[in-house]
Design a protein around this ligand. Structure first.
Ligand SMILES: Nc1nc2c([nH]c(=O)n2[C@@H]2O[C@H](COP(=O)(O)OP(=O)(O)OP(=O)(O)O)[C@@H](O)[C@H]2O)c(=O)[nH]1
Ligand SMILES: [Mg+2]
Length: 319
């Protein structure tokens, strides 16, 4: 969302995960703004405070836990009728102490997949998506031999890949559908999400539909409504205008490329990390960095406002 409101209230919030990957939520007290809804614990940054200190203070005050490690997850700007908030969300992966509602608020640990069914403040939808998405996304290379392809995909899943975009441009419609069924069956056995890039028909079992940047620009405004409830819409973008278009279409996440030079397009202009950060800053979507990425770049991507990295080559063969 564009930074049009004069002043956003800076709020830090935490996606806190335990060793089993469950996420801690608190219920907002009835008398507060957005009372009764579930929230990611956190609160307002005080004047002069750096965000990480504010997060550490809020988690101690609200939950009685001591923050040990956090990394940025997503920033959301949302304008409520009463106030405009900048929700600065961090992923907490290490803390000490036992979380409890120190202000009397109910708190509970949830599986990430339970989150979509809970009621959150209206600003939170992209945070819930970001909390469910991994830091790495595999885009498949062109499948030439489906047996070999499925074997290699299985190795990627065994190595921890949990989000796959099936991209197959040279297959006939029936070959694509047959392969997609196998990819979904295999992916789901590992708890991975499978998103279909330009399928001839959308499949009910798929976890999402991915649009090329060209499809994004000509997509019908109600495209998301044609998907089943819970299916994601994602899109490939190359700059601010396309990211805004993806957001306007109700996309759940996006890729932004090329961030670094790639082997397939050597000498081509690329964004670099500073422009990636500046572009992502203006959109309320989880955005994967694409182009020249390896899994080592996932932390860099997070530090520049991204959800993580998307890659073909390095995630397919580097496992
Ligand atoms: N902590 C938190 N606040 C959120 C979320 N989503 C969201 O819209 N907000 C909004 O962010 C604002 C600030 O949050 P807060 O009420 O937790 O602030 P706080 O802990 O400092 O409260 P206090 O003023 O009682 O000390 C509220 O207007 C709240 O509605 C969320 O997931 N977590
Ligand atoms: Mg709070």
């Amino acid at each position: 969302m564009p930074n049009t409101a004069a002043k956003y209230l800076h709020v830090v919030a935490a996606v806190i995960r335990d060793a089993a990957g469950k996420i801690l939520l608190a219920q907002r007290p009835a008398h507060k703004h957005q009372g009764g809804k579930w929230e990611f614990p956190g609160g307002k940054v005080e004047s002069g405070e750096i965000p990480l200190h504010a997060l550490s203070r809020e988690l101690e005050e609200e939950l009685g836990i001591q923050l040990q490690h956090a990394q940025p997850l997503i920033k959301i700007r949302h304008v409520y009728p009463e106030l405009a908030v900048l929700l600065d969300v961090w992923e907490v992966t290490a803390f000490s102490g036992t979380a409890h509602g120190r202000e009397g608020q109910p708190v509970a640990w949830f599986d990430a997949e339970q989150l979509p069914a809970l009621e959150f403040p209206p600003a939170n939808a992209p945070i819930v998506t970001a909390a469910r998405l991994p830091a790495q996304c595999l885009i498949t290379p062109e499948p030439h031999d489906s047996i070999e392809f499925l074997q290699q995909l299985q190795q990627c899943l065994q190595a921890g890949v949990r989000l796959v975009v099936l991209r197959a441009k040279t297959l006939t419609a029936s070959e694509y559908v047959a392969l997609a069924h196998e990819v979904i069956r295999l992916g789901h056995a590992f708890g991975a999400k499978i998103v279909l890039n330009s399928p001839p028909v959308m499949l009910a079992e798929a976890d999402g539909l991915h649009l090329t940047s060209r499809q994004l620009l000509t997509a019908e405004a109600d495209l998301h409504d044609t998907l089943l409830p819970g299916q994601w819409l994602s899109a490939s973008c190359h700059g601010s205008a396309e990211l805004q278009q993806a957001a306007a279409l109700g996309a759940d996440f996006a890729f932004l490329s090329p961030v670094l030079p790639t082997l397939s397009h050597p000498g081509e202009a690329h964004l670099g990390w500073a422009a990636f950060a500046a572009t992502v800053e203006n959109v309320n979507l989880p955005v994967y960095a694409l182009g020249g990425m390896t899994s080592d770049h996932a932390i860099t991507a997070r530090q520049h406002g991204g959800q993580g990295i998307a890659a073909i080559r390095s995630l397919w063969s580097g496992v």
